[in-house]
Design a protein around this ligand. Structure first.
Ligand code: UGA
Length: 429
């Protein structure tokens, strides 16, 4: 099928590339000319496992192209996907101005029937607004359908999630666009749910909020575990063996971050407020998340006493593993809080150091994870990168002033760390 994706961020670029991989003809549109040039030349603006190879493969095969022209994309495609940012405003509600602008641009370029699919995470009822806007701004007065098709990919696993989705959600106002959407997704062999637009939009916010709730739940349990001398990982494993609960997203941590959960929670609380419901449960999820960071900081301060002029090594800057994304990263927040207390930081991340440099100043960036602890008073693990499990612990123990390790991601076994001579403080164990 001939498809256009407007917006080449995480969702747009990965979606477009995977659509090309399964055989569709794809045009990706972005208003950032520098980014488009980079993509046309085979470069990619983000780190995402497997993505660069696929972008190169399909720019070469001719199935994937990039342009700054929305009109070109609309003219050459049957289905136009919107995948532009929906950032938060100061009060936590969603800034829909990018979606609105793109809807007007699509309307202006339409000369025949098109299916306009929203993939961005949006407040319920946005589909209605998009339809109204297109109708108002389409001079050619042609027919069109608006569809809601939320995306559930995780950063760091985006290609994998997109190629093997758990489900495809398609929200429609009439049955007319359904066969085309089924055709688009046929190669992915996943269950496809057809529902109304409002339900589709709610599915996305409800899913992300539920996952965030799951993390805050286990983080709250981690506090009980610490108080009672239990082990949160054992508790999570025991709970997770119940199929109704499941083990995934029950990893206690110094809190969740990223460009989705914090923003979507605030948005959902606001959306609820607008329809007259006080979503106190989600406010508690947010509260537990910020307390988790406070508690981790307290552990560090309680152990090291005064942080002023203490040298601290930090492993991890990305908001999670397998990504170079540092937006709303708990690791960056932790570094900034340590700096505020006067600590001197040496930091390392496998992929996120370039992006971190823009937001985290006055730290020493090193290229080798094993060098981070050298000469430091303590070592902190802030991101759950798999490779940190292979840290040279003997070297860290010898080169730290005193072998103190704070693990915000529970990567090591407490008994083993004690045997190796570390003062080891993790989460809920
Ligand atoms: C999240 C959802 O998982 C995706 O399904 C969704 O499509 C996406 O938001 C989005 O709306 O675009 P993402 O933000 O990429 O994906 O990352 P997650 O893997 O969900 O992790 C979010 C945060 O939670 C990270 O900081 C991670 O470290 C933390 N986390 C995750 C935990 O602290 N514990 C866990 O058990 C799992």
């Amino acid at each position: 099928m001939k498809l256009t994706i407007i917006g080449t961020g995480y969702v747009g670029l990965v979606t477009g590339t995977c659509f090309a991989e399964v055989g569709h003809q794809v045009i990706c549109v972005d208003n950032d000319a520098t980014k488009v040039k980079m993509l046309q030349a085979g470069g990619i603006p983000i780190y995402e496992p497997g993505l660069e190879e696929l972008v190169k493969k399909h720019t070469a095969s001719g199935r994937l192209s990039f342009t700054t022209s929305t009109a070109e994309g609309v003219e050459k495609s049957d289905v136009v996907f919107i995948a532009v940012p929906t950032p938060p405003m100061a009060d936590g509600s969603v800034d829909s101005s990018f979606i609105e602008k793109v809807a007007r641009e699509i309307a202006a370029a339409m000369t025949g029937y098109k299916i306009v699919v929203d993939k961005s995470t949006v407040p319920v009822k946005t589909g209605d607004k998009v339809a109204e806007t297109i109708k108002r701004y389409c001079k050619a007065k042609v027919e069109f359908d608006v569809v809601s098709n939320p995306e559930f990919l995780r950063e760091g696993f985006a290609v994998e999630d997109l190629m093997k989705p758990d489900r495809i959600v398609v929200g429609v106002r009439s049955q007319r666009p359904v066969p085309a959407l089924k055709e688009v997704y046929k190669p992915f062999n996943a269950p496809l749910i057809v529902t109304d637009i409002n339900s589709a939009e709610l599915i996305k916010h409800a899913s992300n909020s539920f996952l965030a709730l799951k993390i805050s739940y286990i983080n709250a349990i981690s506090v009980l575990c610490e108080a009672a001398g239990a082990n949160v990982q054992e508790v999570a494993s025991g709970m997770g063996m119940d199929d109704r609960i499941g083990r995934r997203f029950l990893n206690a941590s110094l809190g969740f971050g990223g460009s989705c959960f914090p923003k979507d929670l605030s948005a959902f609380v606001k959306i609820a407020e607008q329809v007259g419901y006080d979503f106190g449960l989600l406010k508690e999820v947010q509260k537990i998340n910020s307390e988790q960071m406070n508690r981790f900081m307290k552990k560090i301060v309680d152990t090291l006493w005064v942080l002023k002029d203490k040298k601290i090594g930090v492993l991890g800057l990305a908001f999670k593993q397998n990504t170079d994304d540092v937006r709303m990263s708990p690791a960056i927040e932790l570094c900034q809080r340590l700096q505020k207390e006067g600590a001197i930081l040496t930091v390392y991340d496998p992929k996120a150091m370039d992006k971190a440099r823009a937001v985290l100043k006055d730290v020493t960036y090193v290229d080798d994870m094993n060098a981070v602890a050298d000469g430091c008073d303590a070592l902190v693990i802030a991101t759950e990168w798999e490779e940190f499990k292979k840290l040279d612990l003997q070297r860290a123990r010898s080169n730290l002033t005193h072998p103190i390790l704070f693990d915000g991601r529970n990567l090591f076994d407490p008994a083993e760390m004690e045997r190796l001579g570390f003062i080891y403080k993790s989460i809920g164990r």
